[in-house]
Ligand binder design. Sequence first.
Ligand SMILES: C[S@@+](CC[C@H](N)C(=O)[O-])C[C@H]1O[C@@H](n2cnc3c(N)ncnc32)[C@H](O)[C@@H]1O
Length: 209
Amino acid sequence: MEDIVIHNALGVCSAEEDTQILARVSAEEAPAGGRALDMGTGTGYVAIYLARRGLEVEATDVSERALGLAGENIRRNSVPVRLYRSDLFSAVQGKFDVIAFNPPMNPRETELTRWVTSFLRRHRCIADLLMRVFDRWLQGSRMDFLVRFMEQAKGYLRPGGCVVLEATRAELDALETLLPAWRVCRRIDIPSLPAEQIAVFRPSGERDV
Ligand SMILES: C[S@@+](CC[C@H](N)C(=O)[O-])C[C@H]1O[C@@H](n2cnc3c(N)ncnc32)[C@H](O)[C@@H]1O
């Protein structure tokens, strides 16, 4: 994990391989010195990675526990990141060149489900098996949330900006069909989570940068 120092804690999604790929792809898609939003920052890894590359970064999370841990990790790595609580875009202002989001497995999270999912993230084969078994259920319960996120995201992008989103392959297929205002430019595999991918979405009608 480069030379970034990250402490994990139960109750907060740990930084894993998918987190690292999300950070790398977001950095690849952002223009030098651009503005980035790390939504649902968890440990703060993506925000720290992007700030290290000279981007102006804001990081949000709905969970106070995650914000506490991300704040500690941001201080540990001595990077400038503006960190605040937001439920999706409720407290976000301004526009960004890249918006990165690894959404929660269950959008109706409670303290208990946060503990369970943070435990599962550390055991990738169990997590991948559950994603496969519950794929249909997840699609039903997460699609509304993902569509809401994508519809709101459009208003927070600078011209040429993009969203980098992690989701299951089935969810990404469905989003491509459901969201004509967006097009998918790249889909990147996650070796440890074969059921999921990271996709780069750009508003339809805009060219790749
Ligand atoms: C799967 S974890 C990803 C954490 C981190 N970005 C990573 O990739 O390791 C999802 C994160 O989204 C946060 N989250 C859940 N619902 C949210 C919402 N409505 N708005 C913002 N963040 C949310 C959770 O608290 C959690 O930290």
